[in-house]
Write a protein that binds this ligand. Structure first.
Ligand code: AMP
Length: 425
């Protein structure tokens, strides 16, 4: 027997059993985006490697060690996108969307690829749901996008124990003085930091703040914080963002060492964590990236965006939604050959009414048929035997209470709909 071919390490199949949660999360995301007038954009999974090297930054973990990069047959270097902001900004420039003027509010859903060490909540192919606002540097833009994210995660998807961590990472005018202070402070402590941080102290000191090595944390806590170095404009911008969040009653925590692993951020950066997850507790992250469009050869176009880790959101949502996969199912049990035809007719009618219906065709004894209904977690079974066929009333059984009621054939769809509504509220 030939060996079976398995999926690639860090990738996984999403089977029908769990897909319902994914669809629900995506439906809610689309509804939230629509409410705030964001339009969908779909960009390719494959991009030129230089797009990410220039935007995310050559010395970030993502670009230096996590990208799936390969040489195409003609020698060109291509990469499976590790994130989508760079792609969205590329598309914005390439299709000259800026010519239309005004603000562009875009959202996307799709797979991203990073060659990380796989574990629960961390995959090599994972999914992000993200949004970008291009063409505005107003602090209110940041606040509005954060409000939308809050509405989606907390109000719609009931994300438990969530925290919004915010920071400002300054701009190209004020950040250099912070970086030099940081570099200076690192001189004294870098020998006690991990090997990666020793290298980062030289190449990109801000990245030291991102370090996840436990032993480094007490030392990192002593380093200077960027909030003491912000220029007047950046400070005012950050104050306005915080004020806006206060006005909208969105709770947050200022976290001065939050810098995030991508070089293009300026000013506002943030992360949302949830206590419902384990070690990988970051559900979403993002920030402002004024200057990214210019870096990619486009016009000046300030931007703000975020990406939600859909895998992690589904994980957290699955715990909330313990009726997982149980969008109500109606099972039709028929008892004799002669009741198969009325059963099939009823199934067709209920399906036309948009109910989810299962009808099995092989003959079964009554008990076995109802056992099958329980196994597929049907909410109601409709029982059709010779009696029912002659009286024109079918028995409808509530599968969790066991209660059974005769219902007139013509009223079954209405009856089920009313009962389901009652149960789900
Ligand atoms: P980032 O693009 O790094 O800002 O990440 C945004 C969000 O994507 C994170 O908060 C995570 O929820 C999610 N994410 C990032 N990397 C992975 C991964 N390897 N596997 C699963 N989710 C991820």
């Amino acid at each position: 027997m030939p060996e079976i071919v398995r999926s690639v390490k860090g990738t996984r199949d999403l089977l029908p059993e769990e897909i319902r949660l994914w669809q629900k999360v995506e439906e809610e995301a689309r509804a939230a985006f629509r409410a705030y007038n964001f339009m969908e954009i779909r960009t390719p999974v494959l991009e030129h490697t230089s797009l990410f090297a220039r935007s995310v930054g050559a010395d970030t973990d993502i670009v230096s060690k996590e990208m799936f990069t390969f040489e195409d047959r003609d020698g060109e270097s291509l990469t499976l996108r590790p994130e989508a902001t760079a792609s969205v900004v590329r598309a914005y420039i390439e299709h000259r969307l800026f010519n239309e003027g005004g603000i562009h509010k875009l959202f996307y859903l799709g797979p991203m690829f990073r060659r990380e060490r796989p574990q629960k909540g961390r995959y090599r192919q994972f999914y992000q749901i993200g949004a970008e606002v291009l063409g505005s540097d107003e602090p209110e833009t940041d606040v509005d996008a954060l409000e939308m994210l809050h509405a989606l995660l907390v109000m719609r998807l009931r994300l438990r124990d969530s925290r919004l961590l915010v920071n400002s990472v300054g701009c190209p005018r004020c950040r250099p003085s912070y970086v030099s202070a940081l570099r200076h402070a690192l001189e004294n402590v870098k020998d006690r930091l991990c090997a990666d941080c020793q290298r980062r102290s030289q190449t990109n000191p801000l990245r030291v703040l991102d370090c996840k090595v436990e032993a480094d944390q007490p030392i990192i806590a002593t380093l200077p914080t960027i909030l003491d170095y912000l220029c007047v404009e950046c400070r005012e911008h950050f104050d306005a963002v915080k004020r806006g969040l206060d006005e909208r009653a969105i709770e947050y925590q200022v976290t001065p060492r939050l810098v995030r692993g991508l070089d293009y951020y300026v000013r506002t950066t943030f992360e949302i964590t949830s206590g419902a997850l384990g070690a990988q507790n970051a559900v979403a992250g993002g920030g402002r990236y004024d200057g990214l469009a210019e870096l990619l050869g486009g016009p000046q176009a300030p931007g703000f965006g975020f990406a939600i880790g859909e895998d992690r959101l589904v994980l957290a949502y699955g715990a909330v939604e313990d009726r997982a996969g149980a969008e109500d199912l109606i099972y039709i049990a028929w008892l004799e050959e002669s009741s198969l035809r009325p059963a099939a007719e009823l199934a067709r009618e209920l399906r036309q009414e948009n109910l989810r219906v299962e009808l099995l065709f092989h003959p079964m004894k009554f008990k076995k048929s109802l056992a099958a209904a329980s196994k597929m977690t049907a909410t109601f079974s409709v029982i059709i035997g010779p009696n029912e066929a002659s009286t024109g009333r079918f028995a409808v059984k509530n599968m969790s209470t066991g209660e059974q009621e005769p219902v007139e054939r013509a009223r079954i769809a209405d009856y089920l709909r009313a009962k389901l509504k009652e149960l789900n509220h």
